[in-house]
Design a protein around this ligand. Sequence first.
Ligand SMILES: Nc1ncnc2c1ncn2[C@@H]1O[C@H](COP(=O)(O)OP(=O)(O)OP(=O)(O)O)[C@@H](O)[C@H]1O
Ligand SMILES: [Mg+2]
Length: 332
Amino acid sequence: MHIGIAFDLKADFGAVSGGPEDLLEEYDSDATVSAIERVLVARGHRVTRLGGGRRFLERLLAASPELVFNIAEGRGSRSREAHVPAACEMLGIPCTHSDPLTMAVTLDKAMAKRVVASCGVPTPEFVVVEHERDLERITLPFPLFAKPLFEGSSMGIRRRSRLADRAQLREWVGQLLGDYREPVLVEEFCGGAEFTVGLLGNGANVRVAGTMEVEPLLVPRDQFVYSLEVKRNPNWAEEISYNVPPKRARAEIDAVEKVALDAWRALGCRDVARIDVRCDASGNPKFIECNPLPGLAPGWSDLAILWDRTGGTYETLVGAILDEATTRLALR
Ligand SMILES: Nc1ncnc2c1ncn2[C@@H]1O[C@H](COP(=O)(O)OP(=O)(O)OP(=O)(O)O)[C@@H](O)[C@H]1O
Ligand SMILES: [Mg+2]
């Protein structure tokens, strides 16, 4: 099969002056694209690199692949992750991963929470803040958590994102509004165990590929944030332990996986997603966010780590995503 890969590289954006230092955190490295390409070629496919943005459109039209393998984060808006699947849909070219609606809804974390909550999935209470003056109306109990409304890869997520009081809330939200120039999601802080659930499938065949607990080693759970500082720490193993499967009773893991599966269904995901779930102080699992374009950096992204700890290889991970798409689309 002729497969095009859609992607956005950090390098495509060149040097960015001004703005927060994690502005390009969502974008991929050439090593990730090469790793995916190697898997696809080893499986006998012909591969064309399509890239992202305008170049993606030009190459897509010129190459006309039979399938697009999509890891493109897009640029510039809360709909950015929907750009590639929308273009493919318009041209009738099949595409891996979720459709434009799911991509757009999940990137806006408040939209995703409204959708899952309407289907009975527990998620922390929240408020969307557009201006600092909105903060005065917040009556949610502290501690709270604040993050940019439509980003991923820990953009704008720091140790100090956990807010103990109104002074910290004002200061951190003010900084996020200025840095990211988008609304801020303020929600209840869940101080219990943290999990991420990898899911694969389509329709009734959705299944949990693996569940990983991210266990803090240096701070108590109720202070822990799986932040950019932690994710970028070269000595991360001193700070956190990735437990696959979680060292917990089956019933507890089942409850976490139920939240993830119910959220997947509510959001209409396809092929693959990674869903973050965190327990509140009483141990009740809550939906935090859904990543229908989970990072695929070998040995680095959570889904790749999780898959590796279940005994899989990078080849079988990319292969499993491809197989889900080709089965859904009845392609060979
Ligand atoms: N309401 C909350 N309560 C407690 N911790 C939270 C909450 N929201 C986010 N966090 C912490 O911040 C981390 C990152 O938040 P979130 O998953 O929303 O951001 P992200 O940048 O989209 O993540 P990813 O790197 O998975 O794309 C979570 O893994 C968790 O540790
Ligand atoms: Mg997350």
